[in-house]
Structures are given as C-alpha cells and as structure tokens.
Design a binder for this molecule. Structure first.
Ligand code: PLP
Length: 397
C-alpha cells in the first residue's frame, strides 16, 4: 500500500468556490465553501513529459452543448443530456490504423495501431475524465479533485471546464510536465507539493474527504466506472475488426487502461461477439513499474516497488510509480489471457516514437509506445504466429 506522508500542502491561498460541497437531488442550495489552494507554481519548467501541448477546441455543436451543461441554473437532466452529447461527439472513436510499413520491417502479420492521441487532450485519459465528471455532475458535486503527472490532470480539467465544474489537480513538485499551463488555462487550480505521485494521490483523497470534493483518483470507489470507460477501447477495436485480435498491447502505470480493455473484451466474448479473448500485453518503464516487475517475478499479487529506486525522466514520467493502484486487476488481465508484461527503456520508447513518425506518419508521446515496444521485442526474440495484433498508442506528442 502507498504510505502516508507529510504532504506539506501550503494553505497560504484560499480560493472560494461557489456552491455546496454536493448538491443532491433535492439541492442543498448554495453554501459558500473554502478550498485551500497554495500559490500557483513559480516559473514553468521547460521539460516535456506530457502529450500535445494544446487541447483541441470542441466543435461548434459541442460548444452549444457546453453552454447548457455548464449552466448550474438549468435542470440537471438537461445538463446531463447535453454533457452526454459532448462525450459522444468529442471523446473516443479514435482511429485504428494498419501499420503496413512496420509490418514489413518487423515481419509481423497485421499490426494495427489504436491511436488514443485522437482524444481532445491527446491521451486515453479523456475517456475516464469525462466518465467521472459526468458521474460528479449527476451526483450533485460542483468540484473534482485528483492527482496527476500531467496528462490526466489536463483531461479532467478539460472535462470539468465543459461541465461548469471546479477542478483541483495535485501534481508532485518534482514533475516536469508542460501541461501545467494548459491545466491553468482550463480554469483548474493546481497544488504542487514535494511528494511523489502516490503522496499526491493521498493529498487529493484527503482534500476530497475533508472538503467534500468528488474524488477522481484511481483505486477508489470509481474503479468500475473507469474500467467501463476504458472498455470502450475494446468495443471500438471490435467494431473495426469484427473479432478480437490475438494480442492487445498497451503501456501501464496504474494498470487501469489494460484492466479496462480486458474487461471490455471479456464482456464481448461472454456475449458471443468475439471468438476468443486477446492476450493482454503490458509495457512500462524499465524496472519502474510494479505490474511489470510482479509479472516477471511470478508474484501472485501486485507488489509495491521501493520508492527510493524510482527516478523520473522526461520520457518515463507518465509510466513510473511504486504503487500501481489497479495493479491487481492488471496482473489478472495479463495472467488470465496468457499475456505478458515487460520493460522498455527510455531509448526504446524514443526509438519507437521515431519509427512511428518516420514509417507511419504518427506523432506520438514516447511513453505511449511501451506496449508496442514490448510486443515487437517479443516478436524479434521469438516470432509470433501470423495473426492480428493491436498496439494501443496512448498519447500524441
Ligand atoms: C500517456 C499515458 N499512457 C499510459 C498511461 C498508463 O495508464 P494506466 O495508469 O491506466 O495504466 C498513462 C498514465 O498516466 C499515460 O499518461
């Protein structure tokens, strides 16, 4: 389990949010409430870890829906309906492309790339961000909190901005993400504390509990909601291929993404839509992910790493952690499908991002190639049978 730490939150700046902690069905009215937020960060760091530096604007239709969804004076049913329309037209439905040039180079039969960079803030995180903000809206909350290395924070900040919801993002002060600017420009508050990612999750959970904010962190009561949202990736792959591929490979950090994809395919298989389950394959930063290590060591459950051994770099930041919040789910997904997990070095991640750009014209975040990296590495070592393979590329550059 992640340890309790001294979060060092600086309550020097109080930001007053309007509205009650929660407005239930019967609406408890508009109390004033204070959410303590420290000073915004000093000069923005120059290193990049995050996906694309800008959030795509929403369509004109979605802008009209935003005006309804974000208006607290309107009926909740109307707002929810408008928000669902925004989700349907903006989130997911990302492209699945065949990587013909990599197929030839790597001598692999039918390799498909599921490009999650097509989501509005550039990563798969938009899927769970919108699902949770929808849930928060439905349940009468007016503010959401979460911890993030940057990508998830941007996704939730964006989802909140379209629902008229306040957003507080906890980011470890050592993280280099350029996404701070975007998060601030989307109207969210940032809290930077000298803790690691797991410590930031603790701080955010405490804030949710003490101040009545919606808790959008991993590993909590929202896990099922998040798994269902990521299950859409499986549905979209099925829609195009009309069956399950032999393998679905993806990057892992907390493990939520691959657990959700597994769950999505399990549902399709149970319903008789697919003839088989895909093998679930996970890739992550070398020696810095509990799921990969637990798999390689043959552990029954996902065991934490020693926090002292983790060092984030510009490339691996989205993937490293000493505690994977959905690690047990992810490990189960890999084992139950006869899949595998392996490490990818920063050099390999960069190299695959370059190959994708040069060979397939895709601009991807290096960390998002971790699944592809370990899939191709396995194929190099011991050729996989001629079949259909899918690599999920989780973010655009
Ligand atoms: C771009 C990107 N890919 C993959 C992941 C890993 O996803 P998960 O935490 O669901 O395993 C993250 C997590 O932050 C991410 O930002």
């Amino acid at each position: 389990m992640h340890g309790r730490r001294n979060h060092g939150t600086d309550p020097s700046r109080d930001v007053r949010f309007r509205g009650g902690a929660r407005r239930g069905a019967a609406s408890v009215g508009h109390h004033s409430r204070e959410i303590s937020v420290p000073e915004q960060p000093a000069p923005l760091p120059s290193l990049l870890d995050g996906a694309a530096a800008s959030v795509e604007p929403v369509s004109r239709e979605s802008e009209a829906f935003r005006r309804i969804a974000a208006d607290p004076s309107l009926d909740l049913v109307l707002r929810l309906e408008a928000y669902e329309d925004i989700i349907a037209s903006e989130v997911g439905d990302t492209r699945l492309v065949r990587a013909r040039n990599i197929e030839r180079d790597a001598a692999i039969r039918q390799l498909f790339l599921k490009f999650e960079g097509g989501n509005p803030t550039g990563t798969q995180k938009d899927r769970i961000a919108f699902a949770q903000v929808h849930d928060a809206l439905r349940r009468g909350y007016d503010a959401v909190t979460l911890a993030s290395c940057g990508n998830y924070g941007t996704a939730v900040a964006f989802a909140c901005s379209l629902a008229g919801m306040q957003c507080v993002v906890h980011i470890p002060s050592s993280y280099h993400t350029r996404r701070l600017e975007e998060i601030i420009s989307l109207g969210a508050k940032i809290i930077r504390t000298p803790v690691d990612y797991e410590g930031a999750v603790d701080a955010s959970k405490q804030q949710a509990e003490q101040q009545g904010l919606y808790d959008a962190n991993p590993g909590g009561a929202n896990t099922v909601l998040q798994l269902v949202a990521y299950g859409e990736i499986a549905n979209e792959i099925y829609d195009e291929l009309r069956d399950a591929p032999a393998v679905v490979a993806a990057p892992v950090s907390n493990g939520t993404t691959i657990a959700g994809i597994w769950r999505g395919f399990a549902t399709l298989h149970r319903r008789g839509k697919t003839s088989r389950m895909p093998r679930i394959v996970a890739g992550s930063s070398h020696g810095k992910n509990p799921i990969v290590r637990s798999f390689l060591k043959g552990f029954d459950e996902c065991r934490d790493l020693d926090p002292a051994g983790l060092k984030e770099t510009q490339v691996n930041e989205p993937l490293i952690n000493w505690h994977s919040f959905d690690g047990d789910w992810a490990l189960q997904a890999i084992r139950a499908t006869d899949g595998w997990a392996d490490n990818a070095s920063d050099r390999e991640l960069r190299q695959h991002a370059r190959i994708l750009r040069e060979k397939e014209g895709l601009s991807v975040l290096p960390a998002s190639t971790a699944g592809l990296s370990v899939l191709l590495e396995r194929h190099r070592q011991s050729p996989l049978p001629g079949d259909r393979y899918v690599a999920v590329l989780t973010g655009r550059r």
